[in-house]
Design a protein around this ligand. Structure first.
Ligand SMILES: [Zn+2]
Ligand SMILES: [Zn+2]
Length: 183
């Protein structure tokens, strides 16, 4: 949805601060004996985020009424300040964190939520870079930019992954030369 410049850039400030505070508290809680487990759990949920990102984009952003229209606006106005407001994404993260904390403990909840929030921040940063920067040809970011440009301009029914093309390949939505030619 349309955001003010402060609204658009607030993720880049709020999330690093929150992740640092949450991860530091979680690691203290885990103690020396639990550090390895905490980092492994956090890493697993960074990986899980990439699947959530793919599903959100493919199903929610492209299918849900109203959200679909807001997302279409981003497809057309690529460099405008559009996105998910921080209060909304933080609420969603809170709805994950609180029940896990209540049902298990802070150590687990902090590892899970730190992973999901690092994944989300990575997605927000990468998506911003893809639309505003000119990365050097060849390399990870340039490949992501090419794939996201295909999604925006050639194949709106494919190439949904922003931070990775893994799930597009797994679910058969990767843009091929044939699908690109048909579009
Ligand atoms: Zn899209
Ligand atoms: Zn985009």
């Amino acid at each position: 949805m349309p955001l003010s410049p402060i609204g658009y850039y607030s993720d880049f400030v709020v999330y690093p601060l929150l992740i640092t505070a949450l991860a530091a508290s979680g690691l203290v809680e885990a103690g020396l004996s639990g550090v390895g487990w905490w980092i492994a759990t956090c890493g697993s949920f960074i990986g899980l985020w990439t699947l959530i990102e793919y599903l959100l984009h493919r199903v929610v952003f492209h299918r849900f009424p109203l959200i679909r229209d807001l997302h279409h606006d981003h497809h057309v106005n690529e460099t405008a300040s559009r996105g998910t407001p921080s209060w909304l994404s933080l609420s969603a993260h809170g709805l994950v964190f609180l029940p896990i904390w209540l049902l298990t403990n802070f150590e687990i909840a902090s590892a899970v939520s730190s992973g999901l929030m690092i994944g989300y921040l990575w997605y927000v940063c990468i998506h911003h870079i893809l639309h505003h920067w000119h990365p050097p040809h060849a390399g990870y970011v340039y490949r992501l930019k090419q794939r996201h440009a295909l999604h925006h301009h050639i194949d709106g029914d494919g190439s949904f992954g922003v931070t990775t093309g893994l799930w597009d390949r797994m679910f058969g939505t990767a843009t091929t030369k044939q699908t690109a030619r048909r579009s």
